[in-house]
Design a protein around this ligand. Structure first.
Ligand SMILES: *Cc1c(COP(=O)(O)O)cnc(C)c1O
Length: 369
């Protein structure tokens, strides 16, 4: 007799929708029988520069070591990070992408009956990680697409274990100031873990923007997560990290897989950290591309959400889904965000100048008629 496997799965798992990544270039090339080289992918907030040549060289010099397990303590990378942020090695937890660390946090601190607070339109990994551990998601309505930190502080109860906040947030690109964060942190009880997800902070150039690391000495419940997937251009290698109190690191360290970051990722990330020129160039390209896209959208009379990330959510109303499909037919991949409850927007990652131009040209044709 056939058994109902769905019913066998844990309740939390049954409530999860699989994460929908941006469409891979090769998949679209296969489906439409077009040359992958002709496709422009602006869908996953990847660095359009490609990996830095210094990183590629460092990886090449390490491939002969692939029969060995990686350094499970990630010493060299942690040392480089500790130096950069002026923290101790035992404050750093490495992850298979920062996604890994976000899940470790949920598994370590939340379970059935506990509440996890995050914002409407926040990064989908938060509800995903929350449901996976059968904790209760508490979704706080957004304020003009961004986090309403006052309302989030008010949503904290005796049952709250974790608050996830992204600054800037994905997919909206919205952000909050130092003053807003300080105000928020002062209101949160010290037994609630505050995860400050700063995946895009390298792109931000604003003296008013808070650096989560600055709050660690005052708030032992704060965890800052960052990644090499965006500005450092290493999305394919999967490496991210958190910085926190040593006590939190200690907890995460018990739960993580012993070799959660592979050897190529470790060498690539430590090399990328010292490749200041690549990072600077990535930031300039992002600033220019952001200006280019905003000007282009203005010209097409399209609204967008102002963003401090390497992406921008543009409003296309009821036509979003069909425009997404038509962009695909024209070899341009962007990201639908209906699964974020934003059916009227498409999220566009900032590309190289010619890639942005290609999107704007196709968009102009599609929205003209
Ligand atoms: C991309 C992203 C991450 C990082 O993902 P990785 O697992 O490090 O690739 C984390 N948080 C947000 C908000 C993101 O958009």
């Amino acid at each position: 007799m056939a058994c109902d496997v769905e019913a066998l799965a844990r309740l939390g798992v049954r409530s999860i929708q699989p994460y929908q990544p941006g469409k891979p270039i090769d998949e679209l090339a296969r489906e439409n029988e077009i040359d992958p080289a002709s496709i422009v992918k602006l869908a996953s907030n990847e660095n359009p520069l490609g990996p830095s040549p210094r990183v590629i060289k460092a990886i090449e010099s390490t491939v002969t070591e692939l029969s060995r397990y990686p350094d499970g303590n990630g010493f060299i990378l942690k040392q480089a990070l500790a130096e950069k942020y002026d923290v101790q090695l035992d404050q750093i937890t490495l992850g298979n992408g920062s996604n890994d660390v976000l899940e470790l946090l949920a598994r370590a601190f939340a379970g059935p009956g506990d509440e996890v607070v995050f914002s409407e339109y926040a990064f989908l990994v938060y509800p995903h990680a929350t449901k996976a551990v059968e904790a209760t998601p508490v979704v706080v309505p957004a304020d003009n697409w961004g986090h309403d930190l006052d309302a989030m502080a008010q949503a904290v109860t005796d049952k709250t274990k974790i608050v996830f906040i992204a600054n800037p947030n994905n997919p909206t690109g919205t952000w909050f100031s130092k003053a807003a964060l300080e105000n928020f942190l002062a209101k949160i009880p010290s037994q609630v873990i505050v995860v400050l997800d700063e995946a895009y902070i390298e792109y931000v150039d604003d003296p008013d923007f808070p650096n989560g690391v600055d709050y660690l000495s005052r708030y032992s419940n704060v965890v800052v997560t960052r990644t090499f997937s965006k500005a450092y251009g290493l999305a394919g290698l999967r490496v991210g990290y958190s910085i926190s109190s040593p006590q939190i690191t200690n907890i995460l360290n018990r739960l993580r897989q012993a070799f959660n970051v592979n050897s190529l990722a470790l060498i690539a990330a430590s090399t990328a950290l010292s490749d200041h020129q690549y990072l600077a160039e990535s930031i300039v390209i992002n600033q220019q591309g952001m200006q280019q896209l905003m000007a282009g959208f203005d010209e097409l009379h399209l609204n967008y959400i102002h963003s401090k990330g390497n992406f921008i959510a543009v409003e296309l109303g009821g036509q979003s889904q069909s425009i997404y499909q038509q962009l695909l037919s024209n070899g341009v991949i962007v990201r639908p965000v209906a699964n974020y409850n934003m059916p009227n927007h498409l999220r566009v990652s900032i590309g190289l100048e010619h890639e942005n131009q290609r999107l704007l040209t196709v968009l102009k044709q599609l929205t003209a008629g």
